[in-house]
Structure formats: C-alpha cells, structure tokens
Design a protein around this ligand. Structure first.
Ligand SMILES: Cc1cc2nc3c(=O)[nH]c(=O)nc-3n(C[C@H](O)[C@H](O)[C@H](O)COP(=O)(O)OP(=O)(O)OC[C@H]3O[C@@H](n4cnc5c(N)ncnc54)[C@H](O)[C@@H]3O)c2cc1C
Length: 385
C-alpha cells in the first residue's frame, strides 16, 4: 500500500448522491480556482451501467436533466374502486435514466483537474481525528479535511421499509395509457400497505412495480406472483417480455437521521441511509439534488460550514406524524393517500411531497387528512424531531 495522499474532501461512494456532490464541487472549483477543494470519490464499481429508474416531480433544473427520458403531466391514485386523476403542467413527473446520469457525471468529472473519480476502489475504514479524517481503501490511505459518506448501511430494525420489485416489460398489443402514470393502485386487502405503480413509456412498454410498506420483507417469489396477477387482472395480459428488473428497500424511519447529531463533525453521512431520503415517500433523488447543491454552496462560502440538512424541522415533524399514523393504521393507507390526491390541488401536494411547501400548501394537506387521528399522532411527536 502506498503512503497517504491528502485531499480536502473524500466522498465515499460514487452513486447518485456522491456523484451529484462531486459534480457541484468540480463546478465551483472551476468557478472559484482560489478556493479549489481537491476531491476524491471512491467507488467500488469498475464501470457504470443502468441500474435504476429515478422518478420525481421536477420543480427545479439539475445538472443531470439531459438524463430525463420521459415526463408526464398526469398521474392517478386508485383505491376502493375509485380513481383520482391529477394533473400539473407546471410540475411534471419525470423519469431519469440512471445509465445516462452516470455518463453525464463521468463526462463532467473527466474534465476536472481537481475532482478525481476512482473506480474499482472501495473504502475499507474511516476514522475521524482532530485535524480531519483518515480513510483506508483497498488500494491506499488517504487523509481528508472532511468526508461525505454515502455508502449503504445495514437496514435499521423495527421501522417501516418501502420494498418493491419492478419489471420493465414489452407487450405485443397496446395495453398501457402513456398519458398517465399509475402512481398508487391499491388493489388488494393485503396485511400491510401494498400498491402497484405503472410508469407507461408507450402503449406497449412500461415499468410495473409492486410496492409494500411494512417492517418485514417477504420471500422474493411473492413479488413475482403479485406482478403476474396484477398484469393479468388489470391489463388482461398473459404474455410479456421482461426487458429489465429492479428492486429496492428504502428505510422509512419516524425519526430520520439527524445530521446535527452525527458522531463526527468532519464525517457527513448523506444519501439513502442518511437524512436525504424523505421517509414518508421514499423519494430521494430531488432531495439529494437540492441538498448537494446547498452543501457545496455552503462549503464554498465557509470552509468550516456545517452539514446542510435535507429538510426543515417542520418537514421532519410532519413526516414523523405521517409515518406514525401509517405504522398504527396500515389498513387506512389507501384511504389516506386517496384523500390527499383527491382533495389537495396537485401543485400544492407535489410541492409538499418535495419539501418545497408554502404555508398554504401545508394547511391544505393538513385539512385534507382526518384531523382527530393526526392530531393524536402529532401530540406524540415533539417538534424537536
Ligand atoms: C431500484 C431503485 C429505484 C429507486 N427509484 C427511485 C425513484 O424513482 N425516485 C427517487 O427519488 N428515489 C428512488 N430510489 C431511491 C434513491 O434515489 C436511490 O437509492 C439512490 O441511488 C440513492 O443514492 P445514494 O447515493 O444514497 O446511493 P447509491 O446511488 O446506491 O450510491 C451508493 C454508492 O456507494 C458505493 N459503495 C458501496 N460500498 C462502498 C465502499 N465500501 N466504499 C465506497 N463506496 C461504496 C456503491 O457502489 C454506490 O455507488 C430508488 C432506489 C432503488 C434501489
């Protein structure tokens, strides 16, 4: 192993969050050479390939917008035989191709002389000391003034998990309506919270997912059985070709990790296993984009800047109340989501879900919910959440 190399910043993990942070640091380095932050990104993958579909309501531009392949201005939620179709031209629902995202990120980092992406290099240990952080990888030792840790962590026990399996399929006849995303289709009286999600790319091509919110993960074959039976009952399909599969488990803790309470000041956890993901929805991509930009701007205005939280205390508190309610009343989830999408104007609701709510949006969301049950939940969660 070589002797240690020094960096201002080391980012552990060149996935969605790590590459977004690295991109913004490279941009700022180019714009403010006097303040350059020499940065290293450690990523165990030897090369990138498309591995995920990232969807979100696009409220602001990002450096990766060229990776958006589809967008929809209509989405639906179905429960108990009723379907609510929602519409927004202003805030479309968009789909990011992760393969294109990685290409854009790599291309931008290749032209930077101050940010290095090291592929095929996993971090093995990290320790904080007074002057910074010591990191060991499979190849080398590094010292950094600060580190961002985006590595996957073991899933916490005893919390709700959003777990899903998706098949991107092609069919020989026209079955999907490409104008409308099926956001949540609650079709079964499952033990846990369960719905289907359909991202229609064309009449013959869609991503179909079965999604659960529960504390336990079922055997793998359950998801396949659910997808087959949904494709048969909802679309009358008996044959299809699977073009791509994806699956994931996203933690939905009542109390999301609090960056202010992190163990070491110079090690900032960020990404899916930190506070970046919005626990009540499982969406992470738009929050990571906002948080990374805000974090890098903070660092360039003050090198001693603290970690930038992904959302306000009010948003954290509202998430905690919502998740507390879902944990205690999973049987009411379909009804609650249907109420939200049918009673709250689309733009207000998607701003709320994207942590961009105005005061009036929060009021609209609160008044659409069954007040008594939510007030009881609210009283159990102190605002310090
Ligand atoms: C299948 C799937 C679909 C999703 N869809 C959506 C969606 O539609 N919308 C949305 O908002 N969110 C979605 N998410 C959630 C979230 O946006 C993604 O999980 C996103 O990739 C999280 O970014 P991240 O940087 O935290 O993690 P990752 O992108 O997984 O990056 C973590 C990185 O750490 C690296 N790593 C691992 N071990 C080490 C090590 N020892 N040293 C250094 N690096 C290491 C990994 O190789 C990886 O590149 C989805 C998640 C999954 C799994």
């Amino acid at each position: 192993m070589n002797q240690s190399s020094d960096f201002d910043v080391v980012i552990l993990g060149g996935g969605m969050t790590g590459l977004t942070l690295a991109h913004h640091i490279a941009q700022q380095n180019a714009a403010q050479p006097a303040r350059t932050l020499n940065t290293l990104v450690l990523e165990p993958r030897e090369s990138y390939r498309r591995d995920k579909t990232w969807c979100y309501w696009r409220q602001a531009s990002t450096p990766f917008d060229e990776a958006i392949t589809h967008q929809w201005s209509q989405w639906s939620v179905s429960f108990n035989g009723e379907t609510q179709v929602c519409r927004s031209e202003l805030i479309p629902y968009v789909r990011v191709d992760s393969g294109r995202f990685y290409d854009i990120a790599q291309r931008n980092l290749e032209v930077s002389d101050s940010v290095t992406l090291s592929l095929g290099e996993a971090a093995t240990t990290m320790t904080a000391h007074e002057a910074g952080v010591a990191i060991t990888s499979v190849r080398e030792n590094y010292c950094a003034k600060m580190a961002f840790d985006t590595r996957p962590m073991p899933l916490p026990q005893g919390i709700l998990l959003q777990h899903f399996v998706g098949w991107e399929i092609a069919t020989d006849s026209d079955v999907f309506d490409p104008s409308t995303v099926i956001l949540m289709d609650f079709v079964s009286a499952a033990q846990d919270i369960h719905f289907f999600y359909v991202l229609p790319f064309s009449p013959r091509h869609a991503l179909v997912e079965t999604t659960h919110f529960s504390m336990a993960i079922p055997p793998q074959e359950i998801y396949a059985d659910e997808l087959k039976s949904y494709l048969a009952s909802r679309f009358d399909l008996s044959e299809w070709r699977i073009l791509h599969r994806e699956q994931g488990v996203i933690p939905m803790p009542r109390r999301a990790p609090d960056l202010a309470a992190r163990a070491h000041r110079k090690i900032i956890p960020i990404g899916l296993h930190s506070d970046t993901v919005k626990p009540s929805t499982g969406y992470c991509y738009p929050h990571a984009q906002q948080q990374a930009l805000a974090q890098v701007r903070a660092l360039f205005s003050n090198p001693d800047a603290d970690a930038v939280a992904a959302r306000s205390r009010l948003s954290r508190w509202l998430d905690a109340i919502f998740i507390g309610f879902l944990e205690e009343h999973p049987e009411r989830a379909g009804e609650i989501f249907y109420r939200l999408f049918s009673r709250v104007p689309s733009n207000a609701l998607v701003r709320f879900l994207g942590d961009q709510a105005r005061t009036i949006d929060v009021i609209r969301v609160m008044t659409a919910l069954p007040m008594g049950a939510f007030i009881r939940q609210a009283l159990r969660h102190v605002v310090s959440a």
